[in-house]
Design a protein around this ligand. Structure first.
Ligand SMILES: [Zn+2]
Ligand SMILES: [Zn+2]
Ligand SMILES: [Zn+2]
Length: 443
């Protein structure tokens, strides 16, 4: 740390670290950018990482996952919030009139794969977990009853009352097919909404389009469910009003029907999956119980979480890894083992369960949206980078050129990632970002 502090390049290093916004694992790039005049071939400007400390430029890792880099995940969360919010109240290129379009917040859950410890509350009082006075023992001799009132941080939450009865295969298969189940749900929703209004799907398209934004969330038991914003637009997306007959009530009815109707099969195992019976569908309003702000914040919160909050690993699991040695809870270990076992079955190869074992079988995107919902994360990122570039120009780093008269030749290579322990301390002091705990994240 002392040698870094006394290094003549310290200010330049600190400046780079500041620009990464407190990234925990910045990526090191080695390379150069050259600007040439298209007409004369003159070199107008050259930047090379040779002049940087250790010959590398440090840029932020841009991860989505808070367990890997809190600072970059926070940027992602804020972007997701803006993206979801723009779809509800306008902004970022979406007209403000979208706030008058009928809009629902829908939660689609997974079915039950066995009884798990749960914390339930009623009128602020915690209820007994799963009290069954007359429960007979399961085939493994366990009585499937639990009268405990679990605290919110009880590690048993989400774990089965009898692990030997629990359907681990079903749980990971559901995670694996859930993106397809979601896709079928959106198709069935359009079909049902058209029929409710006496139209074909094709005819509906001339009057109404249905826009979606959704996130996946892991429940404690290790299975994903989805939260979605579903909005009715006119035929040309958010810029056009939906007709008066396209109401939130009709949409809610179609959601109920479609959620109950769709199924997805895992043919080699003759198993059929559908959504759980717990369907939540509520109208989003500008004031009242469920506001646009609350929904956007809720969706954005889940956008930075992955399966590690269930207590599984933050990295891929290799086929040769000793599952018994993995630092995970028994429930997660059994889910991972189910992925490894089913994944080695040739007729299930397309589910890629081994590749996604650390995600407990889920290989979908965490946050997705239909094309016309609102702006994109890419557009938000581009806007921010443009802002950074303008800043660089004003600080004299890059001179201003006319884009179409200048030839830009860039060459970059990856030169590593991360910060040493002493660099982490210095970076925390420079950026004011909380230090990672030595020895990894708390589960
Ligand atoms: Zn980062
Ligand atoms: Zn319990
Ligand atoms: Zn049992």
């Amino acid at each position: 740390m002392i040698s870094r502090l006394h290094d003549p390049d310290f200010n330049r290093w600190a400046c780079q670290i500041k620009r990464t916004g407190g990234c925990r694992q910045p990526i090191h790039l080695r390379g150069k950018v050259e600007h040439y005049d298209q007409l004369t071939g003159d070199l107008l400007h050259r930047y090379s990482t040779n002049i940087e400390p250790n010959g590398v430029l440090r840029v932020s890792c841009k991860t989505r996952r808070a367990s890997r880099c809190p600072a970059c995940a926070e940027v992602y969360r804020a972007d997701t919030y803006q993206l979801v919010r723009a779809g509800l109240v306008g902004g970022k290129g979406v007209p403000e009139t979208v706030n008058t379009h009928p809009c629902l917040f829908v939660t689609l859950t997974a079915p039950s794969f066995g009884v798990v410890h749960a914390r339930r509350e009623k009128n602020g009082k915690v209820l007994p977990c799963h009290a069954r006075r007359d429960a007979s023992p399961c085939p493994h001799g366990r009585v499937l009853s639990c009268t405990d009132r679990h605290s919110a941080d009880d590690p048993r939450l989400g774990e089965p009352l009898c692990p030997d009865c629990y359907d681990y295969d079903g749980s990971v298969l559901f995670n694996a097919i859930s993106p397809e189940l979601w896709r079928r749900f959106t198709l069935a929703l359009r079909r049902r909404f058209a029929r409710l209004n006496g139209l074909t799907v094709k005819a509906l398209r001339e009057h109404v389009s249905i826009a979606f934004a959704k996130v996946a969330e892991y429940q404690r038991r290790g299975v994903v469910h989805f939260h979605a914003v579903i909005r009715l637009d006119g035929p040309d997306g958010p810029n056009t009003l939906p007709p008066a007959w396209a109401t939130a009530d009709a949409l809610a009815q179609a959601v109920q029907h479609a959620a109950a109707a769709v199924t997805t099969e895992v043919k080699p195992l003759c198993r059929t999956f559908r959504w759980g019976t717990q369907l939540d569908s509520r109208q989003i309003t500008m004031d009242g119980d469920l506001t646009d702000q609350a929904v956007a914040a809720y969706i954005a919160k889940y956008a930075t979480k992955a399966a590690e909050c269930v207590g599984t690993l933050d990295r891929r699991i290799q086929p040769l890894d000793d599952l018994n040695a993995l630092p995970v809870r028994e429930h997660a270990r059994r889910l991972i083992a189910a992925c490894m076992r089913l994944g080695s079955q040739p007729d299930l190869a397309e589910l890629r369960l081994i590749h996604w074992a650390h995600m407990l079988g889920f290989r979908g995107h965490f946050s997705t949206k239909s094309r016309r919902y609102s702006t994109t994360l890419g557009a938000l990122r581009a806007a921010r980078e443009e802002h950074m570039r303008t800043e660089e120009i004003t600080t004299g780093r890059f001179p201003l050129f006319e884009e179409d008269t200048v030839l830009v030749i860039a060459h970059w290579e990856y030169a590593g990632q991360g910060l040493s322990l002493s660099e982490q301390l210095l970076a925390a002091a420079i950026t004011g970002v909380r230090l990672p705990q030595i020895g990894g994240d708390p589960q």
